[in-house]
Design a protein around this ligand. Sequence first.
Ligand SMILES: [Zn+2]
Length: 171
Amino acid sequence: MLLHWIDVLYYARYANPDPYRRLERTEEEWKELLSPAQYHVMREKGTERAFKNAYCRSFESGIYVCRGCGSSLFSSEEKSHKLAGWPSFRQPVAKGAMKYAFDNSHGMSRIEVACNVCDSHLGHVFPDGPEPARLRYCINSESMERLEESKLQLLMDEQPASVSSAGSSTR
Ligand SMILES: [Zn+2]
């Protein structure tokens, strides 16, 4: 089942999908784990520079995982090949992988996307993506690491809530 804008609005307004696990760290632990640039994006909701980031021009195959907790976020198969300032994706790897919130900062009305496991800021999602679901996840490279799929098989097996099989039962 594909996520659509109406699902994103529902999550932001009422209730986010359940995470398949939770991970919390103290501020000291985050500062030790992350580089200053990663900390700024992930824990202070910063935005990295357009085009000067690791993955906006990278189209190798793999799974993008959260730098804060290692949870799978996006597959390279859902990555847009249209060059944009930041890596952008059509769908997440699982419905419960991320959480959504209204963000009215910087004079804009947007929907923020964060990791559903460790709450790290990832980026924003917009309703102007390609058919069929029309979502465009615009994500900071600093928040993610791309891993080869083979290294992730074990982890993926532990994530039952995939977008394709989860249906709408978690609401
Ligand atoms: Zn995370």
